[in-house]
Design a protein around this ligand. Sequence first.
Ligand code: ATP
Length: 233
Amino acid sequence: MMLDVQDIHTYYGDSHALQGVSLSLQAGETVCLLGRNGAGKSTTLRSIIGLTPPRRGRIVFDGQDITGQATWRTARMGIGLVVEDRRIFPTLSVRENLEISTYRRPGSTGQWTIERIFDLYPMLAEIADRDGANLSGGQQQMLAVARSLMSEPRLLLLDEPNEGLAPVIVQQIGELIDDLSKTTTILFTDQSVHFALKHARRAYILEKGRIVHQASSEDLLHDHAIQDRYLSV
Ligand code: ATP
């Protein structure tokens, strides 16, 4: 088991955002966390990496209890997060954005170098000298994912990687996820079912801070009642 989230409750002040969320990922799986705006998807990812530690429940990563651990520590242990706003440094070039993220975890293999990233994603090599401020949304998202790879995550968390992107870019992000899923365990969030179905083997659905359904992607595709009830069209 790579990740085991057990009945977590997370609050913003008095607001009870996660009300007993449980989910788990086997090593090597790509899983999607679905749900409408405000359902608690981001909070679940934030809770896993320690940005908003849960008040109750337990999170186990690769056999180790990481509940409430500081974010720098979960990053060191091998959990990478790409957030919705992507956090690209606007005054640094694409290459520099990658360079400052180079961090070798103890025990990491050094497989991800800037050269390797540029080899695999020539689109980024072409814009290596462009400032972060001058990137399109899709380029920013590619860079954000590539940057997270520099720390060689064993578990990659992607928060709505398609948010605000044109369909052609969404397709590229999908290909990137497919490619990464060959070597990395991935949990990503999305609001609609279509992207999830194409790129994840199974999915959990969140509603008002609770997991209300889980199914294989294939079963979800045919389950229009569930889609209508819990997901955006
Ligand atoms: P979105 O697609 O909008 O990101 P989401 O499913 O990721 O939605 P969350 O962002 O996790 O949902 O929000 C879950 C709940 O927590 C919502 O009711 C939201 O209003 C609340 N919430 C999120 N961030 C904060 C915050 N910083 N302070 C207070 N409440 C928050």
